[in-house]
Design a protein. Structure first.
Ligand SMILES: NC(=O)c1ccc[n+]([C@@H]2O[C@H](COP(=O)([O-])OP(=O)(O)OC[C@H]3O[C@@H](n4cnc5c(N)ncnc54)[C@H](OP(=O)(O)O)[C@@H]3O)[C@@H](O)[C@H]2O)c1
Length: 230
């Protein structure tokens, strides 16, 4: 299961895992657009379901539909995420933006984890990847809101790892720096050519979920420049 598979990192992960032979369940807001994106893929290995992070009903329906369709769920990539401007210098801080980020970046991945965990436990080698961020390991500048949600996503990853461990569930917090996607298109300090490619991250996700239960990667920090972290 991959959330936010419509573009950026999510689409790169979907493409990589599809090419590696995985069967996919893609959670997206626009099902028709996703169908067009994967129109030349083998539909017997690609299920597309509605997933809107801010609509909890879609979380359960996506999990139930996936379990029913494939008879099992062995992996969850909580990838969908947003960035809203919330700074300590805002005067009156952007509460609407922060609430939306909490919903999409934190509460929805938690909800998805709770719903998928019983299935992941059953298969004995379930995998969860939370696409957090380098901003979940260190704070860069005064943009506090996004970082707060990504620190929380790292916390969720560790709790999932502890909670699911005995049943073979392994969870990784993926913590990349700048990745060349729509999310970073307005960044001027680093050029798109100098950012991490989504395809490289997808290859790392493939590796991490393919490792055996005795080689768990708790956090994966990936950077395109020599920051203090990573
Ligand atoms: N790019 C970076 O530099 C970078 C670095 C570190 C971490 N990340 C994290 O990586 C993840 C993917 O980001 P990206 O760079 O690939 O960004 P992106 O290109 O902007 O893609 C964002 C994805 O999230 C989906 N999404 C947004 N709001 C949603 C909602 N309410 N419900 C369901 N899906 C929603 C989007 O779907 P729609 O197409 O429907 O909008 C899209 O598939 C995010 O969690 C982000 O925080 C990105």
């Amino acid at each position: 299961m991959i959330s936010g598979a419509s573009r950026g990192i999510g689409l790169a992960v979907a493409r990589n895992l599809y090419q590696a032979g995985f069967s996919l369940s893609l959670g997206v807001r626009d099902i028709e657009a996703m169908r067009k994106t994967v129109e030349d893929w083998d539909t017997s290995r690609v299920l597309i379901s509605k997933y809107d992070a801010v609509d909890k009903g879609t979380h359960k329906t996506w999990v139930d539909t996936t379990a029913e369709h494939y008879g099992r769920i062995d992996g969850l990539v909580n990838n969908a995420g947003i960035m809203q401007p919330v700074s300590v210098d805002d005067g009156e801080f952007n509460e609407k933006g922060l609430d939306l980020m909490w919903s999409v970046n934190v509460k929805a991945p938690l909800s998805m984890t709770c719903l998928a965990l019983p299935h992941l436990r059953k298969c004995g080698s379930g995998r969860v990847i939370n696409v957090a961020s380098l901003a979940g390991k260190a704070v860069f500048g005064n943009g506090v809101g996004y970082s707060m949600t990504k620190f929380a996503a790292v916390a969720l990853s560790h709790a999932t790892r502890h909670g699911g461990w005995a049943d073979g569930v392994r969870c990784t917090a993926l913590c990349p720096g700048y990745v060349a996607t729509d999310l970073t298109s307005s960044i001027e300090t680093v050029s798109l050519d100098d950012m991490i490619s989504a395809d490289d991250l997808a290859e790392l996700v493939n590796t991490v979920i393919s490792l055996s239960n005795t080689a768990s990667v708790a956090e994966l920090i990936v950077n395109c420049r020599p920051d203090i972290v990573g």
